[in-house]
Design a protein around this ligand. Structure first.
Ligand SMILES: *Cc1c(COP(=O)(O)O)cnc(C)c1O
Length: 406
């Protein structure tokens, strides 16, 4: 079913400069693919940072329509914004700082990641104020060395959580962790983290914690490591149709469909003589008399300046390369003998099946990861959501259960 494209940007300009088309049918297909990969495990759709640049609300809705039962963001502010937009599934967030909106989180029925006793104390205080039970998910640092509770501090955190459960202030709904190197299958840290997670989980359960969900897998682990699936997989990048890393495979090999297509329209096409310097710093000069196409997107739009002289573009149906430096608002492609008209499409990346580059190609050109390529696309680029399904009046009961609004 097709619906009118919607955009999260004011539509006064008719998106003639540039737009990021977001194919929600592809996103739903990717969610189905990942659910099949995850076998019995539930799927948590990670839509942090505005859905990796794809638009958090439409992506969360589409993921839920395709069978995801949980949604997650990094920050509580992102999660609260999703609640305000009507996302009523289980909703988790994990990046809290002291003084954070715990009370609002409890009132919005969020599942709140807790990585240390300071956070648990703040949740308990907020729960007492609201008179409600807070849902917390205890995070174990099994080796990532980032957020999460160290094994040496786990005993203390578990004891505090058990006491708070006895008081009715909190319910531990999850025990979870995160991998450091899941995108490098076979990395020795993976096994070590799995073993540590099992030990920390067993300790928590031995102390009487009864988590509803135990989870560890991000996209690369969901794709390559069935024993990491536990009750639920947290998928971000794969849902957007982008491969987590070349080692895990290309998106085609993984059966994923890229969701974002970044397209601009040529602003100027002109002949210039041989030996003409191009863009700031004159790092490129034309070899012969040639045609230049001016592509009206730049680093302010998220086109990496590190891809100067290297970024691939499909201009008027043929492949070209960024000539010279990427500027704030524009860059140039040397078309050689070819001609294009102003207004011709310049596709920076897309599905890759019609000659256009992919986000993975841009990651290689810029010396980064494809996650960064899609996530960094700037606010000035309107997102145009395609193939959005109408919202169901009566959503089916999700497998993980609805929040019990006690
Ligand atoms: C971002 C994130 C994910 C999703 O990772 P992908 O590799 O994009 O699937 C899962 N868990 C945590 C804690 C994250 O921060």
């Amino acid at each position: 079913m097709k619906s009118t494209p919607t955009t999260t940007h004011p539509r006064h300009a008719r998106d003639t400069r540039a737009r990021a088309e977001i194919d929600l049918a592809a996103l739903r297909a990717n969610v189905e693919t990942m659910r099949a990969r995850a076998r019995g495990a539930a799927l948590m759709a990670v839509v942090k940072s505005d859905g990796y640049g794809h638009g958090a609300v439409p992506c969360a809705r589409a993921a839920l329509q395709a069978g995801a039962t949980w949604v997650a963001t990094a920050t509580p502010e992102e999660a609260l914004a999703l609640r305000a937009a009507g996302i009523d599934s289980r909703l988790m967030c994990w990046l809290w700082t002291p003084g954070g909106p715990w009370r609002e989180g409890i009132e919005a029925d969020l599942d709140m990641g807790v990585s240390g006793t300071w956070a648990l104390s703040e949740v308990i205080a907020a729960a007492r104020e609201t008179g409600r039970t807070a849902r917390v998910q205890l995070k174990a640092d099994t080796g990532l060395g980032r957020n999460g509770c160290q094994p040496a501090d786990w005993r203390e955190l578990i004891a505090a959580a058990r006491a708070a459960e006895a008081e009715g202030a909190v319910k531990v709904t999850g025990v979870w962790s995160h991998f450091a190197c899941a995108d490098e299958p076979g990395h020795p840290s993976i096994r070590h983290q799995l073993d540590t997670f099992r030990e920390m989980l067993a300790y928590a359960e031995g102390e009487g914690i009864e988590p509803e969900i135990r989870h560890m897998a991000n996209s690369p682990a969901a794709l390559t490591l069935p024993e990491s699936h536990f009750d639920l997989v947290r998928t971000g990048i794969a849902m957007y149709g982008v491969s987590p890393s070349p080692e895990v495979g290309t998106h085609q090999e993984l059966g994923l469909r890229p969701v974002m297509r970044l397209v601009a329209h040529v602003a100027l096409a002109k002949r210039v003589p041989a030996g003409h310097g191009i863009s700031y710093g004159h790092t490129y000069a034309t070899a012969d008399e040639t045609t230049l196409a001016l592509v009206p997107v730049g680093y302010a739009d998220g086109v990496p300046r590190h891809a100067s002289g290297r970024g691939p573009v499909l201009v008027g149906g043929e492949r070209g390369t960024v000539a010279g430096r990427v500027a704030m608002d524009q860059f140039v492609v040397d078309l050689g003998g070819r001609k294009v008209q102003e207004g011709a499409e310049a596709v920076l990346f897309g599905a890759g099946d019609r000659g256009e580059p992919t986000a993975e190609d841009w990651a290689r050109a810029a010396g980064t990861i494809a996650y960064e390529i899609v996530t960094r696309i700037g606010k000035r680029v309107p997102r145009v959501h395609l193939n959005e399904l109408p919202e169901l009046d009566e959503a089916p009961e999700p497998a993980g259960g609805r929040p019990d609004r006690a």
